[in-house]
Ligand binder design. Structure first.
Ligand code: OGA
Ligand code: MN
Length: 287
């Protein structure tokens, strides 16, 4: 990465596709400095087209990350602050398996996670999630991203019409930090009901909006029928040709669009440290 003095401007912003499925690496941006309006417009366009953006080699602090995230909209304030030497900004949350004095310093600590989209169990799920890698294991802990526009557009004929106009209920228990479908949810954990096919507010494109980790049932269907259809939809949307697998390096920064992608995490050794700094951008009610 070439360091740019002062403001980042649009003439330097470039992009390289990450995979046939989705993703774009953005070049010519140094997040230690602000972006001017045209540079941000270029970045947003690359995000809308690519669904996931990657900026490599960003040796940045939390203020730099928060400033960049704020260009995309107001940020969620993390409700639960955990002890960590570095977490001064309330928008920052840590994803980590590190334990200090026996206590976790972050959320979603260990191992594999099923495909999901962030906060689909809330009325207004975040539009985007940004992770900045500080420490990564030598093997695994990769993040997989699936393209839900493609999933919708390529639904097989025998199930194509079924999700149209349907609503699904999503539930999740962050405190329990379940990472696999089928975990029994405690009474009173947050639930929300959203369209199974949603429309992206910026691109106008339709995408499939159900996920293996958090989607409990399709409303108005017999439970067994709902489970069968959901499993077909999960299997379809997770097909390898719709997926990009990101192998992290320290100082990678990724922003994904929760309105049109799913993500999952591969397993990694509990003996290795993983530390990600996370901010999420407030979203809108899915429609
Ligand atoms: C998340 C998440 C995946 C990862 O932060 O929402 O799912 O690779 N993270 O840690
Ligand atoms: Mn997630």
């Amino acid at each position: 990465m070439t360091a740019t003095a002062g403001l980042n401007n649009a003439s330097r912003v470039g992009s390289i596709p990450l995979s046939p499925a989705l993703g774009a690496e953005i070049t010519g941006v140094d997040l230690r400095h602000p972006l001017d309006e045209d540079a941000m417009r270029a970045v947003k366009q690359i995000w809308n087209d690519g669904l996931v953006i990657l900026l490599r080699g960003q040796d940045i602090g939390e203020d730099d990350q928060v400033r960049f995230a704020q260009y995309f909209g107001p940020l969620n304030q993390s409700k639960k602050q955990r002890a960590h030497h570095n977490a001064a900004n309330p928008a920052v949350m840590w994803i980590s398996n590190i334990r200090e004095n026996g206590k976790l310093v972050g959320a979603l600590p260990d191992g594999e996670m099923n495909f999901h989209t962030d906060q689909s169990h809330q009325e207004t799920p975040c539009s985007g999630t940004m992770l900045h890698a500080l420490e990564v294991p030598s093997v695994g802990g990769n993040t997989l991203f699936a393209n839900c526009y493609t999933a919708y557009e390529t639904l097989p004929d025998d199930i194509k019409a079924k999700p149209e106009g349907k609503l699904a209920t999503h539930g999740y228990d962050y405190d329990n930090a379940s990472t696999q479908r089928g975990t029994v949810l405690r009474e009173g954990v947050p639930h929300a009901t959203h369209p199974v096919v949603r429309t992206h507010p910026e691109t106008g494109r339709k995408s499939l909006y159900v996920n293996r980790l958090m989607t409990l049932r399709i409303e108005g269907m017999d439970p067994a029928e709902s489970e069968d259809l959901l499993n077909d939809l999960f299997d379809h949307s997770e097909r390898p040709e719709f997926v990009y697998e990101h192998v992290w390096k320290p100082h990678d920064l990724l922003l994904w669009d929760n309105r049109c992608t799913l993500h999952a995490r591969t397993d990694f050794s509990a003996a290795e440290r993983r530390l990600m700094r996370r901010v999420t951008i407030l979203g809108e009610r899915p429609f």
